[in-house]
Design a protein around this ligand. Structure first.
Ligand code: SF4
Length: 94
């Protein structure tokens, strides 16, 4: 069992995100305490650290919703937002 290295600065872990799901405690146990590799926020953070970015103006529109740059996208991801993560990932370039 390995605690995620980002717990100190993670808005999900510290419950500073708006509209947190009622299952936040369970999600913290699953992802933050045991399987950070499976966390969508963690996976996107790792991509940024590996040098991935978005083309041109570093912003991305997904459907009708303006999402913003990658840092902003992390702030809008829940650990189990894997479908949303995949929609972001296909736009990443190095
Ligand atoms: S939500 Fe994800 S990135 Fe944040 S502390 Fe938990 S596992 Fe790490």
């Amino acid at each position: 069992m390995v605690k995620c290295e980002y717990v100190d600065n993670c808005s999900f872990f510290n419950e500073k995100m708006k509209g947190l799901p009622s299952v936040v405690t369970m999600m913290k146990e699953i992802f933050c305490e045991k399987d950070n590799q499976g966390c969508a926020r963690y996976q996107l953070r790792k991509k940024i650290l590996e040098g991935y970015t978005l083309p041109e103006d570093d912003t991305l529109h997904m459907g009708e919703t303006f999402v913003g740059n990658l840092e902003a996208m992390i702030e809008n991801l829940y650990p189990n937002d894997h479908e949303k993560l995949q929609r972001i990932m296909i736009h990443l370039i190095k």
